[in-house]
Design a protein around this ligand. Structure first.
Ligand code: CA
Length: 234
């Protein structure tokens, strides 16, 4: 899959706090390819000394200072969005990190696409200006109140349906794979059947009632259709 520059990523600084050199380097490389200004540090001390990043990707298993403590100290001194990273099974750490001010978390191993989606999501939630409303054709999503409307008509969605729609609107036009949607809308990792997704997409289509809004890309996943531009010949 091509890694495309995220909209508005150019000025966004991401600090990768990760003591595993291989993981850190590949994350920094991937983030830079996606258009972020990314930098890696290997321990909590350097993380706390870093220049005001916009987003901190914080591995909780660090060699010097406990990651949760780093999270607490970062939160006390900065408005940066913090995404905590833990190994599988460290659920207690994730919960404590969220309590200590982390905005989101990721469980290792995770893919770059998921990381980029989480970064976009935390940035969107933190963006202070105005109501956080995403529009696509007749569709409007209020990300703060989680209300949805079509042509101004309110549509009542379940939390899962909203999560699927939010995932698709995060990058309109881009195909989101089934796995990406499941990972974001259900849990960090979904090993069950992907049929559950089709059920929710069908419900979304029925409730939204906009033909062509959610396109199926056979063999890949789903994307939001280009409703307003004239359709090009395939
Ligand atoms: Ca570690």
């Amino acid at each position: 899959m091509n890694v495309q520059a995220a909209d508005g990523a150019g000025e966004t600084r991401v600090l990768v706090v990760e003591d595993d050199r291989g993981i850190a380097e590949s994350l920094v490389r991937g983030l830079r390819q996606a258009g972020y200004v990314a930098e890696g540090v290997r321990n909590g001390r350097d993380a706390l000394a870093a220049h005001t990043p916009d987003v901190v990707l914080l591995d909780l298993g660090l060699p010097d200072i406990d990651g949760v403590e780093v999270c607490r100290m970062l939160r006390a001194r900065s408005d940066a969005a913090i995404i905590a990273v833990t190994a599988r099974g460290e659920e207690a750490d994730r919960v404590v990190a969220l309590d200590e001010g982390a905005d989101d978390y990721l469980v290792k191993p995770f893919g770059l696409a998921e990381l980029l989606a989480r970064i976009r999501a935390v940035l969107r939630r933190r963006r202070p200006a105005g109501p956080e409303i995403v529009r696509h054709g007749p569709l409007a999503l209020d990300l703060r109140t989680r209300q949805v409307s079509v042509d101004g008509r309110p549509v009542s969605l379940t939390p899962k349906e909203f999560a699927v729609l939010e995932c698709l609107t995060a990058d309109p036009g881009r195909v989101m794979s089934r796995q990406q949607i499941l990972e974001r809308a259900w849990d960090a990792h979904w090993y069950g059947p992907t049929k559950v997704l089709d059920v929710h997409v069908a419900a979304l289509r029925r409730k939204l009632g906009v033909p062509g809004l959610i396109e199926t890309v056979y063999g890949h996943g789903f994307r939001l259709g280009a409703l307003q531009e004239p359709r090009e010949h395939p």
